[in-house]
Write a protein of this length. Structure first.
Length: 626
């Protein structure tokens, strides 16, 4: 293409511009049409037509991951992700919704039984499964049976299934109970190949969050401490399931030799192993189970048993907008779920400013007499954790007691925000502790040199360019490293001092159980890091008791959405429930690959969220378990 022929050049770039405008027009028109479809679906979906037969089974089909708080999902991002074939995140199910549904069904004369369908359950910590299990026990106490049937039961699925009166398994199915493990990915050699230099500043012998960037394997010290709390979880799982199913903990298969021998005895039949060991009560096909339920609750026009699904029944008993009686005293609940970051964040992430604002709303609400901070977090920004902690102290100074209620995880920064509370309540299987601080920086000076790129210049002081990220390109000098290490050590001292002051311990006593060690809730109670063992409802009752309340309502103080955001969530939520939004499916062949990509995504998303203004983090990486 010659510069002597500007007409050709003009037409070439003009064609590119016209093509871009056509693409842009098509994209926005398609997006507009999709929005209109979702609007129509949302406004024509009529849950008022749901009917519950007089003799009916509640099908508790839990599809997704059990959570304390549903994350905020931008629907437009979801549409674009789906359109390009992106991997969908699993749906999220509020534990409180499941409990409310079961409790209501227990007193509903139309509901004769529950059919527990856990095939779509994608995840849930032991404390969440136990909370649902307690509600299932209350249901059974009304002389209403619970049945469950599945083709395969994973570990979490089976834990919940063990609450049923009868567990049915497909004749070609299996029960897979693996135990617990933590297997993070290690990046040291990969970073070296990319010529990326890692600079770590930490305090705490067992503070393992930075090990994946410093080693290619887990250190023996970290393996030792991790194995303690993992064995605590596994022992709790076996004891709980064994008690409900009426068999010894020795029934669980824990070695390949034992697994092989069981297979030999059952002639390779996994379903028969489950029946032989008492893991299940019967091997039934779908038709056999359906006929059994027809005999129990009757048949409907679709030639199956009378039933109502979890989503439909929930829509009848849980209104979208909860009525707030302005005359009654309140115990406020603030949920802190996810990574702790500096600033504000949407639901599913803990923003220092946004979570502090929710606590402040509780402090300035005259009808709120006590607060429960429900924590499910492995930590994050030390600065943001301190901002939240100050608001908890302000609540106490205002005469409003605070109970920190630990869910699945309340470690590192999650423990930091719990410590200032009047009392700390944990589940026996809560993962907590990990009291330690670290700083993590990656610099690219060697990568730049390999590419022939250089950064250079002058400044009026040695500090010039520090806040602009100059060390990323130039590396860290020896004195810079000394400065960061001193800051980290100061942060650790502040962490220890804060815990000591709030837990009536000396700094030396806190340090003895700190150093980044991780504990289960039951063991943390022995070391004085928590006050009581109990769940969500126990914490609410304790908060009410501290405030001297006998007649009160529970008020959840959540993230505030703008009017437009709330409208979009309502529209797209209705579309998703109506089946218009595509639902992600996963094949067994992709499970292992998805696990790797999920961990890679988690690790690097976590790094991208590290935004503490001083670069100090109280975060527990190994608190993710398999």
């Amino acid at each position: 293409m010659s510069a002597d022929n500007p007409g050709i050049i003009s037409r070439f770039f003009g064609g590119i511009w016209r093509g871009y405008k056509v693409f842009r027009s098509i994209f926005w028109n398609v997006l507009f049409i999709l929005l209109i479809i979702f609007l129509i679906v949302a406004f024509t979906s009529d849950k008022g037509g749901v009917e519950v037969p007089n003799r009916s089974a509640l099908v508790l089909n839990l599809n997704g991951v059990l959570v304390e708080e549903q994350r905020f999902v931008d629907p437009f991002t979801t549409i674009i992700n789906d359109s390009v074939g992106g991997q969908q995140e699993p749906a999220e199910i509020l534990v409180t919704d499941v409990v409310k549904v079961i409790q209501h069904a227990a007193t509903d004369q139309r509901i004769q039984s529950i059919v527990l369908d856990v095939s779509g359950l994608r995840g849930g910590s032991l404390d969440k499964l136990h909370a649902i299990g307690q509600a299932l026990d209350e249901f059974k106490a009304q002389d209403k049976p619970i049945y469950t049937r599945g083709a395969f039961y994973s570990q979490n699925q089976y834990y919940l299934a063990s609450y049923a009166n009868e567990i049915h398994l497909d004749p070609m199915g299996a029960v897979i109970l693996e135990g617990y493990g933590t297997f993070p990915m290690f990046y040291k050699s990969a970073l070296e190949k990319l010529k990326i230099n890692t600079h770590v500043f930490r305090v705490g012998t067992y503070k393992s969050a930075v090990e994946p960037f410093l080693r290619d394997d887990m250190s023996e010290e970290v393996k030792e401490v991790n194995l303690v709390w993992l064995q605590d979880l596994w022992s709790s799982y076996k004891a709980s399931v064994g008690e409900r199913r009426g068999f010894s903990v020795d029934t669980f298969i824990e070695t390949y030799d034992a697994f092989y021998q069981q297979l030999v005895d059952a002639e390779g039949d996994m379903a028969q192993i489950a029946l032989n060991t008492g893991m299940v009560d019967a091997l039934t096909t779908q038709n056999e189970f359906r006929q059994m339920m027809i005999e129990h609750v009757g048949q409907n026009e679709q030639h199956t048993y009378n039933h109502v699904s979890f989503d439909d029944y929930r829509s009848l008993i849980i209104p979208k907008t909860q009525f707030d009686n302005p005359l009654t005293d309140k115990v406020a609940v603030v949920v802190a779920r996810g990574m702790i970051i500096d600033g504000s964040a949407k639901a599913g992430t803990i923003g220092g400013d946004s979570t502090a604002a929710m606590l402040r709303r509780a402090r300035h609400d005259d009808k709120v007499k006590a607060v429960v901070l429900r924590i499910d977090s492995g930590g994050g920004s030390a600065f943001a954790s301190e901002i939240i902690g100050r608001e908890i102290t302000a609540l106490r100074e205002a005469g409003k007691p605070v109970i920190a209620s630990m869910g699945a995880v309340a470690a590192s920064g999650g423990y930091w925000i719990a410590a200032p509370a009047n009392e700390i309540w944990a589940s026996p299987t809560t993962i907590t502790g990990s009291i330690g601080i670290f700083g993590l920086f990656h610099t690219l000076e060697d990568s730049f040199n390999a590419l022939g790129l250089n950064v250079d210049g002058v400044g009026t002081t040695e500090l010039a360019g520090l806040s602009g990220g100059l060390p990323l390109f130039k590396g860290l000098a020896a004195r810079e490293k000394d400065i960061f290490q001193l800051m980290i050590e100061r942060g650790y001292t502040e962490f220890l001092t804060m815990v000591a002051n709030n837990r009536d311990m000396t700094i030396a006593e806190v340090d003895e159980v700190a150093q980044g060690r991780v504990f289960t809730g039951e063991r943390a109670l022995e070391y004085g890091l928590v006050d009581q063992l109990g769940g969500y409802d126990d914490a609410i009752a304790a908060a009410a008791d501290l405030a001297g309340l006998t007649n009160y309502d529970v008020k959840v103080i959540g993230h505030q959405l703008s009017s437009f955001e709330q409208m979009i969530v309502d529209i797209f939520g209705g579309a998703a429930n109506s089946g218009w939004l595509p639902q992600g499916m996963i094949s067994p062949e992709r499970a292992a690959l998805n696990r790797v990509t999920k961990q890679l995504r988690h690790d690097f998303v976590t790094l991208s969220q590290f935004n503490d203004p001083q670069g100090m983090y109280a975060f527990c990486l190994v608190c993710m378990i398999d």
